[in-house]
Design a protein around this ligand. Structure first.
Ligand code: 1CP
Length: 320
């Protein structure tokens, strides 16, 4: 099977037309629009799954933490998480009343789609990074300082964010999503030891509790630059580990070990070249994935906004 992270969005002219200006959080709160934006890439590319159109900061925004998504920048927090008192700003999520638009949009899509719908949530480190840094970050120095200087506050923060992700994922599965992906996109900034000690325990609890309530739902754990974290990530409890483009899939399989499927990992930039290059690189990914079962074709990270949709259409055709 093949789908693309960020298959919806700025690379598609029909997305730009339907989405209009304004914060993405306003678009996300309109179930019919969300259903349309989620379906667009499936209809154009013929992918084998839809990825729910939403954002990783939706649960924290919905409980009133004070998060916006600035066009062209990403999530921004005017009053970042810095001290113990800020924990009070993170109450539990009640999906039925806090994010009814998510539940409604998933239900609409489950009825409309002929392919499975993948729901998602942000991983605990990645969502925490926006809350603590106040926006996108390069070196993640503020959150690293908090994790190491204030381990008790970090522990409580990461557990609360895990509860939010768990509640959101359960609501998406209950409403009709078939599988879920946890995007801990920026976890690759951590050393393997720090990841194991400070992020993996909460991530394990997330997948363990999800497996208890939804034992049949396949789960994916993804991050960028996680080559050195693949072994610990493979023990988090997901069925699939997403691999970015930096580690070839044969090597990635060695690092994650048996019993875990891999997802990836065409370098998104290869889709900005020529069809000949993109085709050769796609074949290379398929060859490296080998003949063992358990490979979901994807890019190593999201579709770049400049991508010509025609190339992605041909990638899907070639993979099929
Ligand atoms: O307003 C817009 O149209 C801006 C672009 C955009 C889009 C299309 C943002 C702002 N979010 C989204 C939708 C989105 N976000 C989806 C659904 C669409 C799809 O995948 O087809 C998903 C799965 C996400 C998840 C997301 N948001 C992640 C994890 C995935 C990843 O790319 O690693 C992250 C890190 C975010 C934060 C975020 N939201 C938006 C931006 C530009 C960013 C990244 C900012 C940064 O670099 O820190």
């Amino acid at each position: 099977p093949v789908w693309f992270m960020r298959q919806a969005g700025r690379s598609l002219p029909e997305y730009r037309a339907a989405r209009g200006p304004g914060s993405i959080l306003d678009a996300i709160a309109q179930p019919e629009l969300v259903a349309e934006l989620t379906r667009q890439p499936v209809e154009r590319y013929g992918t084998d799954a839809a990825i729910f159109f939403s954002d990783i900061v939706v649960p924290v925004a919905a409980i009133g933490f004070g998060v916006d998504v600035a066009p062209g920048t990403g999530p921004v927090v005017a009053d970042p998480f810095r001290r113990k008192e800020d924990l009070q700003r993170l109450r539990p999520l009640d999906p039925a009343t806090d994010t009814p638009y998510v539940v409604d949009a998933v239900a609409i899509l489950a009825a409309q789609l002929e392919v499975p719908l993948i729901g998602f949530a942000g991983g605990p480190f990645t969502v925490a990074s926006y809350l603590v840094e106040g926006g996108p970050s390069k070196n993640f120095a503020t959150i690293k300082a908090l994790m190491h200087a204030e381990p008790l506050i970090w522990h409580e923060l990461v557990e609360r964010l895990t509860d939010l992700a768990l509640a959101s994922l359960r609501s998406q599965l209950d409403a009709g999503a078939s599988a879920v992906q946890v995007f801990d996109s920026w976890a690759g900034i951590l050393t393997p030891r720090h990841y194991r000690e400070l992020v993996l325990p909460a991530t394990r609890r997330l997948f363990a509790e999800l497996a208890e309530s939804h034992p049949d739902a396949p789960t994916i754990l993804f991050g960028v630059g996680t080559g050195e974290l693949l072994a610990p990530m493979a023990t988090a409890g997901s069925n699939v580990v997403g691999i970015d483009w930096r580690v070839p899939l044969d090597e990635a399989r060695r690092r994650v070990g048996p019993g875990i499927a891999v997802q990836g990992n065409l370098d998104p930039a290869m889709c900005l070249t020529t069809w000949e290059v993109a085709a050769a690189e796609t074949r290379e990914v398929l060859e490296r994935a080998g003949t063992e079962p358990g490979h979901v074709f994807n890019l190593g990270h999201g579709v770049l906004p400049e991508t010509d949709p025609a190339i992605l259409e041909r990638v899907v055709e070639l993979v099929h």
